[in-house]
Design a protein. Structure first.
Length: 129
């Protein structure tokens, strides 16, 4: 394998890791945003909130969040409804359900437990050698 192929393989590996990390975060991030907002939100509004929350480091595409929102809805964690306004297109609004709030709370507790074990490792990783 030549140097260019190795660089391409390395780049693909890093992109895949990034995608996997984001995919793992997205469900809980969507639940957290919907709970924190307290009001139903439509897809583009959710995307903008993610962009703002991540300081522009992650701006997911609609094709990324809608399947996850549908999956959350099928599990009863999110409820959606269409709303038409006098001006502009109809939009599907999403809100977190009581089951979604409970799931988000349990997931966050689990994350806190795991993160506390990784805190020192992550600190050293981010600070460098």
């Amino acid at each position: 394998m030549d140097e260019i192929q190795m660089l391409n393989e390395d780049q693909r590996w890093r992109e895949n890791i990034g995608r996997e990390m984001k995919r793992g975060l997205l469900s809980v991030l969507l639940l957290w945003i919907l709970r924190k907002n307290g009001e139903p939100m439509y897809g583009y509004e959710i995307i903008q909130t993610i962009a703002k929350t991540t300081k522009g480091q992650w701006i997911p595409k609609a094709g990324t969040i809608y399947p996850v929102l549908r999956r959350l809805e099928s599990r009863g964690f999110v409820k959606s409804e269409w709303s038409s306004r006098t001006a502009g297109p109809s939009r599907r609004y999403y809100r977190i359900t009581a089951a979604g709030k409970e799931a988000e709370e349990k997931i966050l507790l689990e994350w806190k437990r795991h993160i506390s074990g990784f805190r020192e490792f992550v600190r050293e990783l981010l600070e460098g050698d």
